[in-house]
Write a protein that binds this ligand. Structure first.
Ligand SMILES: Cc1ncc(COP(=O)(O)O)c(C=O)c1O
Length: 395
């Protein structure tokens, strides 16, 4: 651990900070900052960098939150969440997946981000090796690193439709755990039963713990994939109100874990956060009454996806991962002759268009890809597509 200058005058040479904090930034947030700065300079930016819905929480959630603000003390809840919310989430699995889950296996969290912290700490010790799919959500890797756990890259590519296989996992060397996501951020690829079954069987054979991030469940454009819980009750599933329910800022999510893991999750939650925000939990219970409103967004996402795929093809950018779910397109851009970082800077300054360079999601091959989010309005996505086509035609 090196000493480093802190700007604190005479104490500068005495200050040192932990190695755990020396993790890479979440570049998406930095891209958002660059887009905000460009906007502050007077440009109207089309935001295709942001991985969040442009819609509000379901109206049932808003009404419940307003009522609670008017009349409730809003103290802490238990560390695992409001019993009514855990019950309601259990009901969601019964309605949507035909699964009977004891609410005692459900922990309410501060978003899927909070779920990652609790699940990773409960499952793995420093020095253990956990497989992370690349391209994949960068915070898995960065969180693990901050906890002293070794993230082991499991690179996937177009040859398997960006889906991990047992062969990929075996090539990664010995693993103590594995993190999967379906649908994936950034590729949008969905893992169906035929893809999940062999991997989960392999993980059982190796006696390793598997976390499956299902935050984009509900946002799929073909048949609904199964929850991994239906295939293997020993997996730990994380989910959130951020995406399907359009509630990113409410910081509310959940974990479903085997009963035997719940005491560890509860103790960690008690000590790390006490509980998820009570107002959000009350809104979360009511959000399930607004499912029809949430479903209505999916037609717009599908239309936006088709529009953007068409524009990219017209622009000569047709190497894209199968965009089967979530609201992202992962597109190869090496044919432009620019790196992703260069292309993103040029598109922001020349087209007032913000997209995310692939380096967040794949530190090795990410300069060859960008991620476009099509969660925005139809007008914005169509306009973004037109700008990309025109720009590419002028190169
Ligand atoms: C795959 C994935 N997992 C987890 C998260 C964290 O979501 P939140 O903490 O808002 O629930 C995100 C956010 O974009 C994500 O894309």
């Amino acid at each position: 651990m090196g000493l480093r200058s802190s700007g604190l005058g005479q104490y500068a040479d005495e200050v040192s900070y932990s190695q755990r904090g020396q993790i890479p930034p979440f570049h998406v947030m930095e891209t958002m900052n660059a887009a905000a700065a460009h906007e502050a300079a007077g440009h109207r930016v089309l935001h295709l960098e942001v991985g969040q819905p442009s819609t509000a929480a379901p109206s049932s959630a808003l009404v419940a939150a307003r009522n609670a603000l008017a009349g409730d003390v809003l103290g802490y809840t238990g560390a695992l969440g409001l019993p009514a919310l855990r019950q309601r989430i259990s009901g969601w699995y019964a309605e949507r997946y035909g699964l009977q889950l004891d609410p005692a296996r459900i922990a309410v969290t501060t978003g899927a981000s909070g779920s990652c912290v609790l699940a990773f700490l409960a499952l793995w010790d420093p020095g253990q090796r956990v497989g992370v799919i690349e391209p994949g959500y960068p915070c898995y890797r960065n969180d693990l690193r901050a906890f002293g756990v070794d993230p082991v890259p499991v690179p996937v590519d177009a040859s398997t439709g960006f889906r991990p296989t047992v062969e990929h996992l075996e090539a990664a060397g010995p693993l103590d755990g594995l993190i999967l996501a379906s649908p994936s951020n950034p590729t949008g690829v969905v893992l169906d039963q035929e893809h999940l079954d062999p991997i989960l069987q392999w993980a059982r054979d190796q006696s390793i713990h598997v976390v499956v991030d299902e935050i984009y469940h509900g946002l799929t454009y073909g048949a609904d994939p199964p929850s991994a819980l239906a295939l293997d009750p020993s997996v730990v599933v994380i989910n959130s109100f951020s995406k399907f329910f359009s509630m990113t800022g409410w910081r509310l999510g959940w974990i479903v874990a085997p009963e035997s893991l719940m005491p560890a999750i509860e103790r960690l939650a008690q000590n790390l956060t006490i509980a998820a925000p009570t107002l959000s939990q009350i809104a979360g219970v009511a959000a399930f009454d607004g499912v029809a409103e949430c479903e209505a967004n999916i037609d717009r996402y599908r239309r936006n996806r088709d529009s953007m795929v068409e524009s990219l093809a017209l622009a000569g950018l047709s190497e894209i991962a199968p965009a089967e779910g979530a609201f992202y397109i992962w597109v190869a851009i090496t044919s432009t002759g620019f790196t992703a970082s260069e292309l993103c800077t040029r598109w922001l300054t020349e087209l007032d268009l913000a997209v995310t360079p692939g380096i967040d999601f794949d530190p090795v091959r990410g300069e060859g890809f960008v991620r476009l989010s099509f969660a925005g309005s139809e007008a914005d996505i169509d306009e973004a597509g037109r700008r990309i086509v025109n720009w590419m035609n002028q190169q």
